[in-house]
Design a protein around this ligand. Structure first.
Ligand code: SME
Length: 146
């Protein structure tokens, strides 16, 4: 199965799984596991906006930083710019926050509701240059179901 086919499966499962009538935590918990089942990356999870910080939400993977300030790291930059960040080499990203020494590339997608970022989806890989425009396109679609 190629990447696009895997993403199409992921999207249809995601759409069926997400229940708009429950708290975001429940949907994010299932989505982080669902993404991991299709793409077993090093770390897959959400940070949610509370005031001036992103606070750790549901995730799959090693223990991570609990709080990230607006504009800081790849996650904070995603919140600030409201745009997906693809980082081929996290060691070259100014201000990258290294929660795990094993992460080498990363993609962070903003979750937007009523034109505001309410969370970000963060995926880390142990390989360099893992993520592309294909990941961006499908993952943006996935988080739009939240
Ligand atoms: N690397 C992220 C921090 C979150 S962890 O990767 C789970 C960043 O620079 O924002």
């Amino acid at each position: 199965m190629d990447t696009a086919e895997k993403y199409l499966n992921l999207l249809s499962a995601g759409k069926a799984l997400i229940d708009k009538n429950v708290d975001d935590i429940a949907n994010m918990a299932n989505l982080s596991q669902l993404i991991t089942e299709h793409f077993p990356h090093h770390w897959v999870g959400f940070y949610r906006v509370f005031g001036d910080n992103l606070i750790l939400g549901p995730f799959q993977g090693p223990i991570a930083c609990t709080s990230i300030a607006f504009g800081k790291g790849v996650c904070g930059k995603t919140w600030e710019t409201q745009t997906t960040q693809i980082v081929d080499n996290v060691h070259k990203f100014p201000g990258h926050i290294a929660c795990s020494a094993l992460s080498n590339s990363e993609i962070v997608i903003p979750c937007i509701r009523d034109k505001k970022v309410f969370a970000v989806l963060d995926i880390d890989s142990t390989d360099f240059g893992t993520f592309s425009q294909i990941d961006k396109e499908y993952l943006e679609e996935l988080v739009s179901y939240l």
